[in-house]
Design a protein. Structure first.
Length: 312
């Protein structure tokens, strides 16, 4: 298995983030389309989705893979809320749900202004508990969901109040909103567009709404891969799936290079005791790659926040 390749002109800067000699380790394989990774530190378990396989799984270093939930309503993106519950985007049900690891299940959002959501795709939580998610139409095709017509005539990005369940439309001019993440200080929200192959950044207002959107970076190219999963590390670097692998940008939007994986990546998260294991969902397999800077994962259950996270 080849090591990730760095762009020659950028190898020095990206080399400060990941060693060019590091080799991705395949942890599990044999799935149909893996997505939605979330690390549980107390259990030392990676939770992830197989969209087409209609199931969610758990991976543990010693025990391997076990089924967490099946059927999963073709679950895609996931994240933890501050109470350690798993929030799940469901393609087949066009909804956002909350799953307690003890077994309870609850639908949080399924409609906007009386019309069914398209197919919630990826999801993040702000420190005040506000839930943000993207809603492209991909779960309404026969490949990654259930074939059916859209009820909404736009592809939205929403904020869900966890207490009142009020759903606020934040942005409606994306062609294919997909991955999203906050900056470390939560002053900005990054949202990428699979169709347009770029990332936009918005200022986050006090009430949780977005303003002053602008282009942040491009993720396109001639190689396989599209703008998809996206997260920040604790130093403010932005990682985003795109053409050729996982693109890494500095806080100003300059691309430092591309981490290339053996299979086309769709999403990733950080795990391990120090949040320096990059855990990648890539088509049929799960991979692990060691990085030098901890990821920014504010709500990992049982995870002590690394000192570098505290300082960021």
């Amino acid at each position: 298995m080849p090591p990730p390749k760095l762009n020659p002109e950028q190898a020095g800067r990206l080399g400060d983030i990941v060693d060019a000699s590091s080799v991705p380790e395949r942890l599990a394989t044999g799935f149909r389309f893996v997505e939605g990774p979330s690390w549980h530190a107390a259990e030392e378990v990676l939770y992830f989705s197989d969209i087409i396989g209609n199931a969610q799984y758990r991976w543990h270093e010693g025990d391997g893979v076990s089924t967490f939930r099946a059927p999963s309503f073709m679950a895609n993106g996931t994240t933890w809320d501050p109470q350690g519950r798993l929030l799940v985007c469901e393609h087949a049900g066009s909804r956002v749900s909350r799953v307690d690891l003890a077994g309870s299940y609850e639908v949080l959002a399924a409609h906007f202004e009386g019309k069914q959501l398209n197919s919630p795709n990826d999801i993040v939580v702000k420190s005040d508990g506000g839930i943000y998610f993207t809603d492209p139409p991909y779960g309404r095709n026969a490949t990654h969901g259930v074939l059916r017509e859209q009820e909404l005539d736009f592809q939205g990005v929403y904020r869900l109040d966890p207490e009142s369940r009020k759903l606020t439309l934040l942005v409606d001019d994306f062609a294919g909103p997909n991955g999203l993440c906050f900056s470390v200080d939560e002053s900005r929200l990054f949202i990428n567009d699979t169709v347009r192959q770029h990332i936009r950044v918005f200022e986050v207002a006090v009430d949780g709404t977005l303003r002053n959107g602008r282009l942040f970076a491009e993720t396109g190219g001639s190689e396989p891969g599209v703008a998809d999963g996206m997260k920040a590390d604790c130093a403010g670097h932005l990682y985003c799936c795109g053409s050729g692998g996982i693109h890494v940008f500095d806080p100003d939007g300059e691309r430092l290079g591309i981490i290339r994986m053996p299979e086309v990546p769709a999403n990733f998260t950080w795990g391990g005791d120090d949040l320096q294991d990059l855990l990648v969902t890539a088509r049929q397999s799960i991979y692990r790659l060691r990085v030098k800077i901890p990821g920014h994962c504010p709500f990992v259950p049982g995870q002590a926040v690394p000192a570098s996270n505290k300082e960021a």
